[in-house]
Structure formats: structure tokens, C-alpha cells
Design a protein around this ligand. Structure first.
Ligand code: SF4
Ligand code: SF4
Length: 73
């Protein structure tokens, strides 16, 4: 199974939740406590080891906040 590593450019996140909704393995979660400097809630990767590197999150993000790297499993 492919693996991935996801990183966020949090300064540009607007907390729209689209990446959370489209992750097929449900490892993304909107952080209801942490916000970026614009006041938007940011996203946490709650189980990074389960990322399959599909990049759906990055494709769905309207502000190109997410980078997905494929890593060897
Ligand atoms: S790359 Fe795929 S599995 Fe990994 S966080 Fe994004 S949507 Fe989820
Ligand atoms: S889709 Fe992009 S802007 Fe929306 S919550 Fe996810 S990272 Fe932030």
C-alpha cells in the first residue's frame, strides 16, 4: 500500500473543511482550538501513518494549502 506525508501551509488555510471531508481514510480533522493568524481553524493529521498518498485533500483544497509527498512504505 502506498504511503504519503501531508503538510499544510497554514497561513493560507481558511478552515473550509473540504480536505477533511474528502480524505478517504478519515485522518484529517479541523482543529477547533488552533487558528492561524487570519483567525481560521487549521487542520490536523490525526493518524499520519494511515495516509495513502492519494492527494485527494490537495486536489480539493481551493487555496493550494496542502502538499502531499509519496513515501516508501
Ligand atoms: S493524501 Fe489522501 S489519505 Fe493522505 S491525508 Fe490526503 S486525502 Fe487523506
Ligand atoms: S481544504 Fe485547504 S483551506 Fe480548506 S480546510 Fe483544508 S487545507 Fe484549509
Amino acid at each position: 500500500m502506498a504511503k504519503g506525508k501531508v503538510t499544510f501551509d497554514y497561513a493560507y488555510c481558511k478552515g473550509c473543511n473540504l480536505c477533511v471531508e474528502y480524505c478517504p481514510v478519515h485522518i484529517l480533522e479541523l482543529d477547533t482550538y488552533k487558528t492561524n493568524e487570519k483567525g481560521y481553524n487549521i487542520v490536523n493529521v490525526i493518524e499520519p501513518d494511515k495516509c495513502i498518498g492519494c492527494a485527494f485533500c490537495a486536489l480539493m483544497c481551493p487555496d493550494s494549502v496542502i502538499t502531499v509527498k509519496r513515501v516508501k512504505s
